[in-house]
Design a protein around this ligand. Structure first.
Ligand SMILES: [Cu+2]
Length: 278
């Protein structure tokens, strides 16, 4: 997967990626023009107003109006960038949330230092979850008594999605502010404790990519890396079935799995309603 992340922009496999890339290029061109323009102006001002025989340098901004006009011109260009380019993309990406009947809904819960991915399972409904049920083996805190959550699938640092289908992520965090970053999808959104923030995207091709945390969130921030696998709808369905929680085996005393076991195993699946190691 490494060749997707070189010096330039990573490969774009998002339906709205082209518009965002276009904006990034336009901003870079504007900034390059500004940088070169101001540099030339600086050299010009240094030479023209230098102290020399018969000419004293005067620190008075009022007798030279060009910088003021330039500042106004630059401010106008920035308004054009914002209104003409950024707002339409922002509107397209953030306001037009896809129809829930067509989209795959996934909850993503950041924590120090992992991404917990929660799928609703075949019934399409998320089971009840609450902080008091969070423990090793149940990182999203599914209520063990809630029948709706029995088929839910929870993975750690492994997000699989089907290609050509909108994915609606409900993003949150357990502890501090993280930032859910999918470079190939051109998605970057802060995950904030106590808030569920909708983020959507649609992949245009299959492949294995990465999830990063783009917010310095603690000492282990550097290892908050997840895996993002875009699959055909058939492969995705098979994968989801393979990750479905196994049937609970009753009447054996259970020792909670140590935290280490699911934090370090990046592709582990955690059965939602049991703490028994599978
Ligand atoms: Cu983080």
């Amino acid at each position: 997967m490494n060749h997707y992340y070189g010096w330039g922009l990573p490969v774009n496999i998002s339906t709205h990626g082209a518009a965002i890339d276009h904006l990034i290029y336009v901003i870079h061109i504007f900034m390059a023009v500004l940088f070169i323009g101001w540099f030339i102006f600086l050299i010009y001002a240094l030479i023209k107003f230098r102290s020399r025989d018969g000419h004293k340098a005067i620190y008075d901004i009022n007798h030279f109006k060009v910088p003021t006009y330039l500042e106004v011109f630059v401010a106008l260009l920035e308004v054009v960038l914002l209104v003409g380019f950024s707002f339409p993309i922002m509107n397209q990406v953030r306001q037009q949330i896809p129809d829930k009947s067509k989209a795959l809904e996934v909850r993503v819960l950041g924590e120090q230092f992992a991404w917990n991915i929660h799928y609703p399972g075949p019934d399409g409904l998320f089971g009840k979850s609450a902080p008091e049920f969070m423990k090793p083996g149940s990182p999203v805190g599914l209520d063990p008594e809630d029948p709706i959550g029995k088929d839910d699938v929870v993975t750690i640092n492994q997000m699989n999605i089907p290609v050509h289908r909108p994915v609606l992520v409900h993003l949150s965090s357990k502890d501090v502010i993280h930032s859910f970053f999918l470079p190939v999808m051109r998605v970057k959104q802060d995950a904030i404790p106590g808030q569920s923030i909708p983020v959507w995207f649609e992949a245009t091709q299959t492949g294995k990519f990465e999830i990063a945390c783009a917010q310095l969130c603690g000492l282990g921030h550097y290892r908050m890396r997840g895996f993002f696998n875009v699959q055909s709808p058939e492969d995705f369905a098979k994968w989801l079935v393979s990750k479905a929680p196994k049937k609970r085996i009753p009447a054996t005393p259970r020792v909670p799995a140590p935290l280490k076991s699911f934090v370090e195993d990046s592709t582990a699946t955690v059965a939602s309603h049991t703490t028994a190691p599978s």
